[in-house]
Design a protein around this ligand. Structure first.
Ligand SMILES: Cc1cc2nc3c(=O)[nH]c(=O)nc-3n(C[C@H](O)[C@H](O)[C@H](O)COP(=O)(O)OP(=O)(O)OC[C@H]3O[C@@H](n4cnc5c(N)ncnc54)[C@H](O)[C@@H]3O)c2cc1C
Length: 385
């Protein structure tokens, strides 16, 4: 036996799962196919403090490139909803390295440059075949990202709506003073079907602009190209220097489905859990449950279902509300989005707080009070589109 637990993929979820399991006394081997942690980098470039708080983590200056005061959500006719909530633009390579270092200090055996190919059950243990031979363990955690091969090899359908993965591109750009603003901007409307285009200031002359679409194929390039032209006009920029472009899939509204079987747990993007903070918290839950199961000598699906129970308690409602929200948005006309934005424009929204359900209820009553007919716009969800 090479370890109690093998974790496949040093994703934010995998790193947390490995750390938590190790801190609870399990012997953990973390296998990452990249030769160097964080390189090539993942396109993610920002997150908000609230989510990091839920993981019990603090942002570290080693990877924060710019502090954000909040976000502006901007409708097709430029109506703005302002949400004040602190956040961070990050250097994702440095972020990954920060956590990889932290995780190895807890005692996790992190090995880079090792790609896993298959997972086979061999008696009461697992044999993980890889570019460096076969490794054996009592339990396997799969955190190999959105294009997870390992989970599908085991026949797990980890997402309820895989057709709804958002395909996006982030482009790092430079122009004088472009990164100095302190609000993240989301632009919603049919110029980016199914989700958004974005502007993330990164300090000084640096920013990232992105386009994310759903149900329009995997190539978001045409939407990004159109966004670049519109963005330049909006910000009064003649020339944008392009530093790099990074693309990928985000399972934002896919809803986790089958992510546990006997001796196997799936976590992070591979399990339809989107976002760095969400993936980290799911990783923590997964790692804790995995270590307990190994300690008790029971890694059955039933014993591991504690992971599902805890995850659902913390996140299920939020994920369903998020899915309803983005599906409604995908089906709305630009005019309807504008009408909806009008309800919240220039309002102090700091009263919205608490659980996802509480927040949805507060928004519901706010709309009912301010403009009840705006509620009818939600009928868009029923459209066959
Ligand atoms: C364009 C884009 C932008 C995004 N921006 C943000 C953002 O700004 N903020 C945010 O919170 N979220 C963002 N997200 C979502 C977020 O990045 C992911 O949900 C989050 O990083 C979780 O990553 P993951 O679990 O998908 O795994 P990944 O980060 O993709 O990690 C998977 C790891 O597994 C490794 N691996 C894969 N296969 C194997 C194998 N066979 N053997 C060994 N190792 C393997 C990979 O090399 C990789 O290191 C973005 C997503 C996309 C696509």
């Amino acid at each position: 036996m090479d370890a109690d637990i093998i974790v496949i993929g040093a994703s934010p979820a995998g790193l947390m799962a490995a750390r938590n399991a190790c801190e609870k006394g399990a012997d953990v081997l973390l296998l990452e196919k990249k030769e160097e942690i964080g390189h090539p980098p993942h396109p993610a470039n920002s997150f908000f403090k609230g989510m990091l708080d839920r993981c019990g983590e603090k942002a570290d200056p080693s990877y924060v490139v710019h502090n954000l005061k909040g976000m502006r959500i901007i409708s097709p006719s430029k109506r703005e909803i302002v949400v004040e909530t602190p956040g961070y633009s990050i250097d994702k390579t440095k972020f990954d390295r920060f956590y990889a270092e932290k995780v190895t200090k807890t005692g996790v055996n992190l090995r880079t440059g090792i790609e896993t190919f298959n997972i086979l059950k061999d008696g009461g243990e697992f044999a993980v075949s890889s570019s460096d031979g076969v490794f054996r363990s009592k339990l396997v955690i799969i955190s190999d990202g959105i294009n997870s091969k390992m989970a599908s090899l085991l026949g797990l359908k980890t997402m309820k709506h895989p057709e709804d993965i958002a395909w996006g591109i982030e482009m790092e750009v430079r122009a004088p003073g472009l990164g100095e603003q302190d609000m993240f901007e989301y632009y919603v409307g049919n110029h980016a079907p199914g989700w958004k285009t974005t502007y993330a200031p990164r300090g000084g002359d640096n920013a990232a602009i992105g386009a994310y679409v759903r149900r329009c194929g995997k190539d978001a390039k045409p939407y990004l190209n159109a966004w670049v032209e519109r963005f330049k006009k909006l910000k009064g920029i003649e020339e944008l220097e392009v530093v790099r472009k990074l693309a990928g899939g985000d399972p934002i509204v896919t809803i986790p489905n089958e992510y546990i079987s006997d001796g196997v747990m799936v976590v992070g993007g591979a399990a339809g859990q989107s976002g760095i903070g969400y993936a980290m918290r799911a990783g923590q839950i997964c790692g804790d449950v995995a270590a307990d199961a190994v300690k008790k000598g029971d890694v059955s699906k039933h014993a591991l279902s504690e992971y599902r129970k805890t995850w659902e308690k913390e996140f299920k409602t939020e994920h369903y509300i998020g899915r309803i929200g983005l599906e409604t948005l995908r089906k709305m006309t630009d005019r309807e989005i504008d009408d909806m934005a009008k309800v919240f424009e220039k309002e102090d929204l700091s009263f919205i707080h608490g659980s996802a359900f509480d927040q949805a209820t507060q928004v519901f009553f706010f709309m009912l009070k301010k403009n009840p007919t705006a509620m009818l716009k939600y009928r868009a969800l029923l459209r066959n589109k």
